[in-house]
Design a protein around this ligand. Structure first.
Ligand SMILES: [Mn+2]
Length: 404
């Protein structure tokens, strides 16, 4: 059995007022073709289907049009959808009964019983192969909202038990989630797109996922990563911002391969998603260029291509000393040229004219930098003694141990 894992589509999103609908439609056409050619039996979509709780009608049309086409084109495909922190659980769940008739299982939010305990049964979704045999059972756990750490652990333990209760002995157990998993490997987060989750679901230790689960399909982090051996973030299919342009985006292929008695092994591989629109930072991310060079480069561009949907999305970073007038000049020069110039920034990392420290970008600030800055402010003439640094290291290590 073959299962596809994808996540964080953010349908309806815009980049500085430029809709990404064209790219989403190209992605969905590509995805449908991949599902068909590689003969997938199921697809798991792990949250943030939409960019906002109240998505524009255009995004809803793209979503339902894709579901309709894939269901009619691939009559054996089973679709599992969970809600993410950007989604409205109620909006995703509203058509759930109708969609279930079409093999589309949506779990927008975790239903609660009268006593407040989570209702586990609706999350359990058996997946069948083309011969009608159950080969995998999914515990479709959505974004858990304001659940506490203990609640998160309890939900996954109970869902794990529910999977064992219904799964044939040779079926794989699969879980989903929309959260920040805290694994042995460092996580890559993008401050712009992955808004901090409010309510304590951040940094869930991998130990909450039962040992006998073959694959945990996670959403929320946009950069593809595997915090644990069987715990994968598919990542978003498109770069949602310029900070997400520098790495390949992907979907994940999971092959469930029975080998003898007991729960089957799974083989997991990333499948890169093509880029339909290029996203560029000039001269390169983390660098800046003189105004004159930027003016020459924009002036030399050909006139805009007829299909404006495919125009490259560009941001320019000008060297320190550039002014608001320079920014406006470039904006005006870019009109009618073969780019969409979204942002013109001015480098703020160089020392300022008044001798004050450069402003750091938030993504470059680490706890150690905060300590060093605070030390320098308090004791401008004394270097930090090694024992302070050692105590700091110890505190950070203890903090991480506590989280793990
Ligand atoms: Mn998210």
């Amino acid at each position: 059995m073959r299962i596809l894992h994808t996540s964080d589509w953010h349908l309806g999103t815009t980049l500085k007022d430029h809709p990404r609908d064209f790219e989403h439609e190209r992605f969905l056409d590509w995805l449908t073709e991949l599902l068909r050619v590689e003969e997938y039996d199921a697809i798991l979509i792990t949250g943030d289907i939409f960019d906002t709780a109240n998505p524009p009608h255009r995004a809803l049309t793209i979503w339902y049009r894709w579901l309709t086409s894939v269901v009619s084109l691939l009559p054996a495909l089973q679709i599992v959808v969970i809600g993410g922190n950007h989604d409205s659980a109620a909006r995703l769940d509203a058509p759930a009964d109708l969609l279930r008739a079409l093999r589309i299982h949506t779990v927008g939010g975790l239903a609660r019983m009268d006593d407040g305990r989570p209702e586990i049964a609706p999350t359990v979704i058996p997946l069948k192969d083309r011969q009608g045999r159950v080969r995998a059972v999914v515990g479709a756990v959505p974004f858990l909202g304001a659940a506490t750490g203990a609640d998160v652990s309890e939900v996954y333990q109970r869902v794990g038990q529910a999977l064992r209760d219904v799964a044939p002995g040779d079926a794989a157990l699969v879980l989903t989630g929309h959260l920040c998993a805290l694994g042995p490997r460092p996580s890559w987060r993008s401050r712009e797109s992955e808004r901090d989750i409010v309510g304590g679901v951040q940094d869930v230790p991998l130990a909450v996922f039962p040992e006998d689960v073959a694959y945990v399909a996670l959403g929320h982090l946009h950069r593809p990563q595997e915090p644990g051996e069987r715990v994968w973030y598919a990542g978003s299919p498109l770069p949602m911002s310029f900070t997400e342009q520098d790495y390949a985006h992907r979907v994940v292929r999971i092959d469930v391969e029975p080998a003898g008695p007991g729960r089957p092994a799974v083989h997991v591989a990333g499948v890169p998603v093509p880029r339909w629109v290029s996203m560029e930072t000039w001269p390169a991310r983390g660098r800046s260029m003189p105004v004159a060079e930027a003016v020459l480069r924009v002036s030399a561009l050909p006139a805009a291509r007829p299909d404006s949907n495919t125009l490259p999305l560009v941001q320019i970073c000008l060297a320190a000393g550039a002014t608001a007038v320079d920014k406006r000049t470039l904006d005006e020069l870019a009109v009618g040229k073969d780019i969409r110039l979204l942002y013109v920034d001015i480098d703020t990392s160089a020392p300022r004219a008044d001798g004050s420290a450069p402003r750091a970008r938030l993504e470059q600030v680490t706890p150690l930098i905060v300590l060093q800055n605070a030390w320098q402010e308090a004791y401008p003439n004394d270097p930090m003694p090694p024992d302070v640094l050692a105590a700091f290291d110890e505190a950070v290590a203890a903090h991480h141990a506590e989280l793990a």
